[in-house]
Design a protein around this ligand. Structure first.
Ligand SMILES: [Zn+2]
Length: 93
């Protein structure tokens, strides 16, 4: 799995499994995030983001079930309809 580098404004450094679309910049909207700043021998930490909504949501256009797979949903969006190939914000569904 490729990891993408991201440095916050505060200087903390991370490797992320997703990139910001069309860039090589790491995104916090990732399933796997590894902290690499500080003392790499002591401070390295892996965050696994498996959080998914407990209830089901449906596409407002075709009523298909939405997916929350981070590989399929565009940056900043809540869920995606694979049938319509559209992403939605939470307030839209
Ligand atoms: Zn749809």
């Amino acid at each position: 799995m490729r990891l993408y580098y991201h440095k916050t404004d505060g200087g903390a450094e991370y490797l992320c499994s997703n990139n910001v679309k069309r860039t090589d910049e790491g995104s916090f909207n990732s399933r796997y995030i590894v902290r690499i700043d500080g003392n790499i021998k002591e401070d390295a930490e892996l965050f696994v983001n498996e959080e998914k909504p407990k209830k089901e949501y449906f596409c407002p256009k075709c009523h298909n079930k939405l997916t929350f797979d981070k590989d399929k949903v565009s940056e900043e969006y809540f869920g995606a309809c694979l049938r319509c190939d559209e992403d939605f914000y939470k307030f839209e569904v």
